[in-house]
Ligand binder design. Structure first.
Ligand code: G6P
Length: 612
């Protein structure tokens, strides 16, 4: 899950590469490096640590080369170190490679190359690639296409996932790229071209993109690009206009991306709703054509995802089951793919992935396809890998999410899944229209209701100040409030490194209550009127045992002896997670700030997990 940037044109490559990497640090940030063609040589500058460290490398600002490749790393093979940083060179310094993904058979390839006399400096899987390219180049017929053929022969030997950029002083007018199961896009400019693993890295330079397909090669020159399939047969490719606003990928005056993205939620939800849902009209999806016969034939739905996206899936399950009466199972993608799930052509599998690049989720989708199920992707990134694999895609349209901890993508995913449930229910006629219309009105009111929560930051900031030194915290809820408790707990862990657990409030007495002791913080979510009284009894149990309690509620709860109460607006329980999660996002954010941590780039995490 590393970040890749590349440039070929008439400008100095180095600042373009470094700026691109800076906007990609959310993909990984334990080391970074660039390779630039300079006076017919490859110059590699790289180091352990953040991208900004590159600016301290002697001579980096004097590089004048106009062709280069760059990488920000999230270590998989080999610890973060200068040697293990990309780009990697072959033994003769003829080929420089950056790579995102994992080469599963690298040991075998390393042994093969070692036998041929090649040596290795790093512990990475990547270093076999430039050496394999050199091996095939050395043994190939030296014509104009030998570079491309050598890259292809090397790639044919690789097992695993990869997005690769290669440059060579032997062919100083081109960059060769190829991908499989790892993202790569090419940005088209005027007499210059850009390459990146993610669109935001080069969005300030162009809005015209080629989205490279799996097993597709591109030979990128300053003024043209040749595309080839996996057998090196050339083809033409359509350019795609991506209308994201470059400034949307910047901080807009907020201290951190995460805070900006939390505050963007009223708008991102408006974008998600778009023209799909209107009062007194049937919901519609431009991008879906599921027939009534097909929906009637479905006897089971799986929702599969990882992390926060999986938590959004839990809210989706509630909505689909309630409105459509179809059983829904929510699975963690890394479990689903190995547990031999019961899937056939009467199963609909919904995959949720903000990035659309999460390796486990994509693999779980491929599995369902082989078993005859229809697959539907819910993603935020246009043209991402998952959207190209799925039978259908619906986009959240939440705009680029940069902070590692997901916020606006979650709320947009929940909104979209609930709209999808209404759309299914209307086709199936499974819920009375007046109830669906009330729910639609509640969905349309969400943006304004979130704005009211965002207007009251002080109580959350105060509470964060009081509890940020705690070692453990608990999150409790029942029903949909339990789903939100899971997400609140995950947010806290991710960015504050405080150990936290989320429990169904009713389950507490079956074990976890043993952990409650004097002074421990328990955060409870109470929004579902039918469950509030029962949850209050559970909270009383922890108060009796000395817990400090924060309650997030839309109910009128006076005189209940809670230490802190945050009131949020009322709404339909199916969509209450969209409101109750906001104070939890802010709580995690302010606790992390109080601890002086890097909110946007928490340790050990990456935004897009393209490895198993
Ligand atoms: C990583 C991120 C999480 C995210 C999860 C799934 O673990 O740190 O924030 O929820 O991946 O990502 P996806 O892009 O598939 O939604």
């Amino acid at each position: 899950m590393c970040g890749i940037v590349g440039y070929i044109g008439n400008k100095k490559a180095t600042p373009i590469l470094i700026n691109g990497l800076l906007s990609l640090e959310y993909r990984g940030y334990d080391s970074a490096g660039i390779a630039v063609l300079e006076n017919n040589k490859i110059v590699v500058m790289k180091d352990k640590g953040r991208v900004n460290n590159l600016n301290n490398i002697d001579g980096i600002n004097n590089l004048n080369g106009t062709i280069g490749i760059a990488h920000t790393r999230w270590a998989t093979h080999g610890k973060p170190s200068k040697e293990n940083s990309h780009p990697h060179l072959d033994n003769s310094n003829s080929f420089a490679v950056v790579h995102n993904g994992i080469i599963e058979n690298y040991n075998e390839l390393r042994n093969f190359l070692t036998e041929k006399g090649y040596t290795f400096i790093s512990q990475t899987d990547t270093e076999v690639i430039p050496n394999l390219i050199h091996y095939y180049y050395k043994n190939g017929i030296k014509d104009e296409n030998v570079f491309l053929r050598a890259v292809k022969s090397a790639v044919d030997d690789l097992k695993g996932s990869y997005a690769i950029e290669v440059i060579s002083p032997l062919f100083p007018n081109r960059v060769i790229v190829v991908r499989k199961d790892s993202p790569l896009v090419i940005g088209k400019g005027e007499n210059e071209n850009y390459i990146a693993s993610d669109i935001p890295a080069i969005l300030s330079h162009t809005k015209n993109f080629y989205l490279l397909d799996d097993n597709e090669y591109a030979e990128i020159y300053t003024d043209h690009i040749n595309f080839y399939d996996s057998s090196l047969v050339s083809h033409s490719k359509a350019v795609k206009n991506i209308e994201w606003d470059a400034s949307a990928a910047e901080k807009d005056g907020f201290e951190d991306y995460m805070l900006k993205e939390i505050f963007e939620q009223p708008n991102s939800i408006r974008e998600t709703i778009g023209s799909r849902l209107k009062l007194n009209e049937l919901c519609s999806f431009d991008d879906l054509d599921l027939s009534k016969e097909y929906l009637q034939s479905i006897n089971k739905i799986y929702i599969v995802a990882c992390g926060t996206a999986m938590h959004a899936g839990l809210a989706g399950k509630n909505a689909i089951e309630k409105l459509c009466r179809i059983p829904v199972t929510v699975d963690i993608a890394s479990e689903f793919r190995y547990r031999d799930p019961i899937i056939d052509d009467k199963t609909l599998c919904i995959y949720i992935s903000q990035s659309g690049e999460t390796a486990d989720t994509i693999a779980a989708l491929k599995l369902a396809k082989t078993k005859g199920a229809k697959t539907l992707a819910v993603s935020n990134v246009i043209g991402s890998s998952i959207t190209r694999e799925a039978n259908y895609t619906i986009y959240t349209h939440a705009g680029p999410e940069i902070a590692v901890a997901s916020t606006k993508a979650y709320t947009s995913q929940v909104v979209l899944l609930v709209i999808l449930a209404i759309y299914f229910a209307e086709i199936l006629n499974s819920t009375p229209a007046n109830l669906l219309n009330d729910l639609k009105a509640d969905i349309l009111d969400l943006p304004v209701k979130i704005e009211t929560i965002l207007d009251q930051l002080e109580p959350i900031k105060d509470f964060a100040k009081k509890v940020y030194t705690q070692k453990d915290m608990f999150f409790l809820g029942r029903g949909t409030d339990y789903n939100v408790a899971l997400e609140g707990s995950l947010k806290l862990k991710e960015i504050s490194y405080i150990h936290s657990e989320a429990y169904s409030a009713g389950e507490l007495k079956h074990g976890p209550i043993a952990l409650i002791e004097n002074g421990i913080t328990v955060v409870s979510i109470l929004t579902d009127p039918s469950l509030v009284e029962k949850s209050i009894s559970n909270i009383q149990e922890v108060i009796t045992r000395g817990a400090k309690t924060l309650v997030i509620t839309n109910q009128n709860l006076t005189n209940k002896h809670f230490d802190f109460v945050i009131n949020i607006p009322n709404t339909n329980p199916l969509i209450s997670p969209i409101l109750s999660v906001v104070p939890l996002q802010l709580l995690a954010y302010y606790i992390s700030k109080n601890k002086g941590l890097d909110v946007d780039k928490p340790r050990n995490l990456a935004k897009s997990v393209t490895v198993e």
